[in-house]
Design a binder for this molecule. Sequence first.
Ligand SMILES: *[C@@H]1O[C@H](CO)[C@@H](O)[C@H](O)[C@H]1NC(C)=O
Ligand SMILES: *[C@@H]1O[C@H](CO)[C@@H](O)[C@H](O)[C@H]1NC(C)=O
Length: 322
Amino acid sequence: MLALAWATLAALTLSVQAGTKLWDGSFNTYASAADFDKWSWANQVGAYQWYIHGSQATSRYLAVSSDYKNPAMSTESRGIKMTIDGTSNWNGQTMERTELIPQTSTNIGTGNLFYHFSVKRTNTNAPDSSMEHQVCFFESHFTELKYGVGSNPKNLVWMVGGVEKWSTSFTADTWFNFAYDINFSSSTVGLWASTGSSPLTKVVQNIAASTSTNSADWHLGVLRLITNQTPEDWYFSGVYVENGPITTAIGSGSSGGGGNSTTTTTAAPTTTPTTSSTTTSANGPAQSQWGQCGGNGWAGPTACASPYTCIAVSPPYYYQCQ
Ligand SMILES: *[C@@H]1O[C@H](CO)[C@@H](O)[C@H](O)[C@H]1NC(C)=O
Ligand SMILES: *[C@@H]1O[C@H](CO)[C@@H](O)[C@H](O)[C@H]1NC(C)=O
């Protein structure tokens, strides 16, 4: 009787709290690193675009395992280890990058959406706090996490438009759960956070931001501005985007396969390296809004399409058309 009552209560609670998942970034359909290589501009399959990485084999940068997920995520079979090292320069840039981009035809840039992910480090190949890291960012950098910056470089720092709004000590072997609370209608963003299996709580109320995405410019992973080339491992799991109301429980939001539907991929827009926005374009007459237009090692366009101008976002490493 009591058990039944609890079960009913739990079901009610879940049905009240669950949002609609718009894009599922779980790694349940990725049995090995080789599955990421099935994606290409000509064959846009799976849950992720995989092209922002160094010159070596994918297995050097990505590994999936049940050991790499937040154990609280009972519906997920795997998490991912993302590695950056001295070979991780992408597209002639001096910064090092290992990043996955959502592959979806769904508009994940409208209304009030929640971008969920969990991140962890260990003491093996630990991130070096003497270098700036940009983590889980949008191309325009309207919101992101950073590591290795600010008054305490050992903190994970949540930023809005490059300004610190919240931070927490990035301790080893702890899963940090986040959801970016983005209202694209009112151009505001807030932050939900927790650790381990604890439900998310809102830690920063929504504040004004230049919210925008073309639904293919959220970067799951890490960009490092280098001063040395030591390898680093970053772990991620619990990745999905949902419509409100937010799912605060850890592990319940990513249920149900997803991510490997051919119907989704056949309906995908005809994105190519040259027509897609931003840092994806290596060369061209003029860079589009939010695209890179300069920085150490940058070999791509330095002129911006009208009416945008090239802004020093992270000089001398990164300049962007805004
Ligand atoms: C998707 O599923 C197919 C068929 O089961 C499989 O061959 C393929 O590797 C999967 N793709 C990804 C990206 O996991
Ligand atoms: C998002 O912003 C719109 C426009 O200001 C507002 O009507 C809506 O209530 C907001 N959504 C939430 C969940 O706050």
